[in-house]
Design a protein around this ligand. Structure first.
Ligand SMILES: *Cc1c(COP(=O)(O)O)cnc(C)c1O
Length: 361
């Protein structure tokens, strides 16, 4: 084995399968388009290409540099900016993103100004607050907001949307989802237009979607996590038919020794400023692996062999090796959740290896 560690192995065939399967599953419920969210893997253009080749039309990311990364790799848009734009980046947003999510009229005005100045039309999706308390216009304020957006040149109202399950942990349910449908229908009849997108996210909307026959006026979802990790972080611990192991973090044992389970000497603060506590389990076979907090989020990785992660410093992961028989030089594979994937994908110290890659780089 010559591949270096630590590395993130990305199985493109499994991600492609997840994309096709989710499009079909959601399509059967009335979801016409899926915005493929790329922020969990730092907008890796190889992965974004797999999204596109398997039927995702719009690529969505929360950061302009990530959108530029995909554009620089030659991937065609349209591109959606997920995080609310800052006032100061209005020009860049209009230049690099075709659509953006918005909840502040001052920002939409700035986008309109920037779009006019560069002779473009920028599409906006207005976010509505339905209880999760992250971004969103309060429903009673929506009409006046829409009225002003329609009066602005340079921007086009492409839809409305909502974000759930991110900050407040609020789930999509019959009540808030039918409320969103009603809001869309009311706007459409009052202003005599058709919204191109009535959009929901994040991945955890699956828990609601799977149980409904059709989604009424809702016709778009924004998902990343479930395309990449198959919904392994959801309440269901995986969406049926999807792969949860398309991404694997591989690290290597750099020390394996029988040592006590409790440190000795005068105990002060650990490297991250807290006083560590340890249970005395007697002597154990302790492993050190060559990954740390600069490479992943250590609470959120799951070894595929029976060892127990005890903690991590910036560059080392410490584990109870149990009866695994792991020795120096052995590799350990981990499943990741969203947080671990995000940090591993961002870390320049983690090599990215693609499995089942069809295009030539
Ligand atoms: C990140 C994000 C999503 C996608 O979330 P996942 O959990 O990756 O599916 C959708 N919408 C918005 C606004 C986001 O910021």
């Amino acid at each position: 084995m010559t591949a270096r560690t630590p590395r993130l192995e990305i199985d493109l065939a499994k991600i492609g399968h997840n994309v096709r399967t989710l499009i079909e599953l959601y399509g059967a419920k009335g979801i016409k388009t899926i915005f493929g969210v790329t922020k969990g893997v730092c907008a890796d253009p190889v992965i974004a290409r797999v999204y596109k080749e398997n039927g995702i039309s719009v690529l969505a990311d929360s950061r302009i540099p990530n959108i530029r990364r995909m554009q620089d790799a030659g991937l065609p848009g349209p591109y959606l900016l997920l995080r609310l734009p800052t006032l100061s980046e209005a020009e860049e947003v209009v230049k690099y993103a075709d659509l953006s999510l918005n909840s502040e009229i001052a920002v939409v005005r700035a986008l309109a100004g920037a779009a006019l100045a560069s002779r473009r039309i920028h599409k906006v999706i207005l976010m509505v607050e339905l209880g999760d308390l992250r971004e969103g216009i309060l429903p009673p304020d929506l009409n006046a907001f829409v009225r002003e957006v329609l009066s602005l040149k340079g921007v086009e109202l492409a839809g409305i949307g909502t974000n759930l399950g991110c900050f407040g942990g609020v789930e999509a349910d019959e009540k808030n989802m039918s409320f969103l449908s009603s809001l869309a229908e009311t706007l459409e009849s009052e202003f005599h237009f058709k919204l191109q997108f009535v959009s929901i996210g994040c991945s955890n909307v699956y828990s609601w979607l799977k149980n409904v026959d059709e989604t009424r006026r809702i016709d778009n979802v924004r998902v990343g996590d479930s395309l990449l990790l198959g919904g392994r972080d959801l309440r269901e611990h995986g969406i049926q038919g999807l792969h949860c192991d398309a991404l694997t973090l591989v690290a290597e044992v750099i020390e394996a020794k029988v040592k006590p389970s409790v440190p000795w000497g005068t105990i002060g603060l650990d490297a991250f400023g807290s006083i560590p506590k340890f249970d005395d389990r007697g002597e154990m076979r302790r492993l050190i692996l060559n990954i740390g907090r600069q490479d992943f989020f250590y609470g959120l990785v799951y070894p595929r062999v029976d060892i127990e992660v005890l903690g991590a410093s910036s560059d080392h992961l410490i584990a109870d090796g149990k009866d695994s028989g792991l020795e120096v030089g052995d590799e350990v594979a981990f499943d990741l959740d969203y947080g671990a994937m995000l940090v591993a994908a961002t870390s320049p110290y983690v090599h990215k290896i693609y499995l089942n890659r069809e295009d030539t780089p």
